[in-house]
Write a protein that binds this ligand. Sequence first.
Ligand code: HEC
Ligand code: HEC
Length: 199
Amino acid sequence: MLLPPDYERGRKVYEICAVCHMPEGWGTPNGAYPQIAGQHRSVVIKQLADIRARNRDNPSMYPFAIPEEIGGAQSISDVSHYIETLRMTTATGKGDATDLQHGQNLYQQHCTKCHGNQGEGNFAEAYPSIHGQHYNYLLRQLNWIQNGKRRNGNQEMVKIINEFSMRDFKALADYASRLLPIEKKRSPYTWEDRNKMKK
Ligand code: HEC
Ligand code: HEC
């Protein structure tokens, strides 16, 4: 956290991450890979440390998160800075929109305290931003937090989430996937633009 990050070095390290998280950091709308663009630097650092320490099971990513592959603490500082500067897509995977009111009620009652009204999270506390995240990814995380697959979980949150049903999860994930990041974090480009740029 305290090592001053370097943008150019971060961009270089990110080449490995881009294979799964996409060059823009948008992940995939089917939720197999999360959008990580714009995520708080503090959160990315914690998640990488947790994946390395195997507090968070992530077999597909683990081999790429180890020091042999991306380097030590300085590389983590650099790449997490680079990721934070990437702009987010708002064209994310979403749910079927049948239960959004229920999702909003639950969200406002139980989640804003840490994840904020707009899902913006909190840099200083390393609370992740969850706005504009792919629906299927969010749904999977809520399930995994409940069944203990994410052992790095915040205990206060785990207590709340343990009380929830599948209906609650779907409503919450759908609601959060539609929350928009602030204007300056949004990418001006669409998926079509990026496909054209590639050709
Ligand atoms: C082989 C594919 C793959 C590669 C390469 C990869 N990741 Fe991931 N990453 C994943 C998957 C899959 C998940 C989500 C796992 C899950 O569902 O819990 C993930 C999750 C994450 C998360 C947690 C997201 C969140 O919102 O909590 C962060 C942060 C992250 N990756 C950063 C990186 C960085 C930085 C790199 C490069 C050093 C990288 N990843 C390389 C597949 C990959
Ligand atoms: C007391 C603070 C707190 C509360 C309340 C809380 N969370 Fe969290 N949440 C966290 C922290 C810290 C993390 C990251 C570490 C972890 O996995 O626990 C997190 C992680 C998550 C993730 C995974 C994000 C990612 O990118 O992988 C999701 C999804 C999530 N929270 C949803 C919710 C929902 C929905 C609620 C309300 C029902 C909620 N949280 C309430 C603190 C909180």
